[in-house]
Design a protein around this ligand. Structure first.
Ligand SMILES: NC(=O)CC[C@H](N)C(=O)O
Length: 392
C-alpha cells in the first residue's frame, strides 16, 4: 500500500542533524565541551576539564527530560504537497500532530512530549473565539505541575497575533514557544523540522523562563511583542523591529536582549471570565480613502477601530470630521502606522487630546487590534486606554 503524503513528512531531514542529544541543556553561557583539545593537554585534566566534569554532574544525565506539551494548530508546518512539486503547491493543515513529531527523532531526545491536536486550520482562520480557546488551553497546560513548558505549532500568517495574545494573557513564567514553517514537509529543504527542534530546545532550556511568549523561526528567537511576518515566501520572513532576542546556537538558546514591556505574569488582562473579546475593526490607510469603510465597522458593532495610517498614522484631512464623530457614535479611534515600525506620537499629525483618539506607540496594527480589545475589557476612558499602549 502506498504511503500518504502525511506519512512521508518530513521527507528529508537526516537524523544526525540538530542539537546534541543532551539530557538537560547546559546553563546559558557555560562552555559544555566533553571532547579533547585544551582540556586534555598532556593527558592531564586541567581546570577546564574539571569544570566540564562538574557541569556534567550538575546537568545530571540520568535526570528525566523536561515535560513539554506540544499543541498543534495546523499551518504550513502541518502542510503537505506532492513530492518534488514547488513548495507553494501544497495544502496547509493536513498532517496530524503525532505524524509531525514522529518524523523528527531529535525531539524525543530533548523532552518528554505530550502532544495534542487542538485545531487543524490555516492560520488565516484564527478568529477571536479560536484565539481564546488557544489561550485558555495554553494557560491550563502551564498551570499543570506535570508540564514544564508549551510549544505551539501554528500557521505563519497570523502567528504574530496569536503569540502576542498569549504573551498578554497566559499568566505563567514557564516557557511558551510558538513555531511553524514557511515550507511544507514535502518541499525541498523543508524548514519545519529544524524549527520544531529549535522551538523545543528553547522551551526546554532553563534560561527561557520568564521571557514571555517567544516565536522561534529560522534559528532566531523573537519576542511575541515585536515579531512580524514581513515576507510572504522567504525562510527569514520573521523580523522584529528592535531585533531578535537571541539565536539558537548549536541547539542552545543564546540571548542578546530582553523585553522591557510587561507580559504574562505581569499582565493585567484576565481572560478566564471573558465570553468573547470586544469587537475591534482595522482599516488600512491609503490614498483616496472612503468614509464608508469606517461606517461598515460601526454597523458591525465595533467598540474601536484601529486605523493603520500612512506614515505616523496621519488621518486624511477629508476624513477628519468623520473620524472625530466616531467618539459620538461610541467608537474609539486608535491611530497606528502602516509603515511596519516606529512610534505613532500623540498629538503629532493630529489633535488626539481634542478628538479623544488613542495612539498605538510602536505597536503593529494587527497586534494593536488585540491590545485594544484587551484594554477595553478593563478600561473605557481615553487616558487609561492610552496608558495601556504606552505600557505594553
Ligand atoms: N507558512 C504558513 O504557515 C502559511 C500557511 C497558511 N496560510 C497558514 O498561515 O496557516
Amino acid at each position: 500500500m502506498g504511503r500518504t503524503a502525511s506519512e512521508k513528512w518530513p521527507p528529508r531531514f537526516p537524523a544526525s542533524r540538530g542539537p546534541l542529544p543532551l539530557r538537560r541543556a547546559p546553563p546559558e553561557g557555560v562552555l559544555f565541551h566533553l571532547g579533547d583539545g585544551p582540556a586534555m593537554k598532556n593527558g592531564k585534566k586541567n581546570v577546564a576539564t574539571v569544570r566540564c566534569v562538574t557541569m556534567k554532574s550538575m546537568t545530571n544525565l540520568s535526570a528525566p527530560l523536561p515535560r513539554i506539551a506540544l499543541v498543534a494548530t495546523g499551518g504550513t508546518i502541518a502542510g503537505a504537497g506532492a513530492e518534488g512539486e514547488p513548495s507553494a503547491a501544497y495544502q496547509a493543515a493536513v498532517v496530524g500532530a503525532s505524524d509531525l513529531i514522529a518524523r523528527v527523532p531529535q525531539l524525543a531526545r530533548l523532552a518528554q512530549l505530550q502532544t495534542e491536536q487542538l485545531l487543524q486550520i490555516d492560520s488565516a482562520d484564527f478568529t477571536d473565539d479560536k484565539l481564546l480557546l488557544l489561550a485558555r488551553r495554553v494557560a491550563a497546560l502551564c498551570a499543570r505541575e506535570d508540564v514544564d513548558g508549551v510549544v505551539i505549532t501554528h500557521g505563519t500568517d497570523t502567528m504574530e497575533e496569536s503569540a502576542y495574545f498569549l504573551h498578554l494573557t497566559v499568566r505563567s513564567s514557564k516557557p511558551v514557544v510558538v513555531t511553524g514553517a514557511m515550507r511544507p514537509g514535502t518541499a525541498l529543504a523543508a524548514d519545519g523540522p529544524a524549527n520544531l527542534v529549535h522551538a523545543l530546545a528553547v522551551a526546554t532550556h532553563p534560561s527561557t523562563q520568564g521571557r514571555g511568549v517567544l516565536v522561534v523561526m529560522n534559528e532566531e528567537i523573537h519576542s511575541a511583542r515585536d515579531v512580524a511576518k514581513v515576507h510572504a515566501m522567504r525562510l527569514d520572513a520573521f523580523v522584529s523591529p528592535h531585533g531578535a532576542l537571541g539565536l539558537v546556537v548549536e541547539g542552545v538558546p543564546r540571548w542578546y536582549r530582553q523585553v522591557a514591556r510587561p507580559h504574562t505574569t505581569q499582565s493585567e488582562f484576565d481572560i478566564t471570565t471573558l465570553d468573547a473579546l470586544p469587537l475591534v475593526g482595522l482599516v488600512a490607510g491609503h490614498g483616496n480613502m472612503r468614509a464608508e469603510i469606517f461606517d461598515a465597522w460601526v454597523a458591525a458593532g465595533v467598540r474601536a477601530i484601529v486605523y493603520a495610517g500612512v506614515g505616523g498614522g496621519t488621518v486624511p484631512s477629508y476624513l477628519r470630521g468623520h473620524l472625530v464623530a466616531l467618539r459620538d457614535r461610541g467608537v474609539w479611534l486608535v491611530r497606528a502606522t502602516r509603515t511596519g515600525a516606529g512610534p505613532v506620537i500623540r498629538n503629532a499629525n493630529a489633535d488626539d487630546d481634542a478628538h479623544g483618539w488613542i495612539v498605538t506607540d510602536d505597536q503593529s496594527p494587527a497586534r494593536a487590534r488585540l491590545l485594544t480589545a484587551l484594554a477595553l475589557t478593563r478600561h473605557d476612558d481615553a487616558a487609561s486606554l492610552q496608558k495601556v499602549f504606552l505600557r505594553y
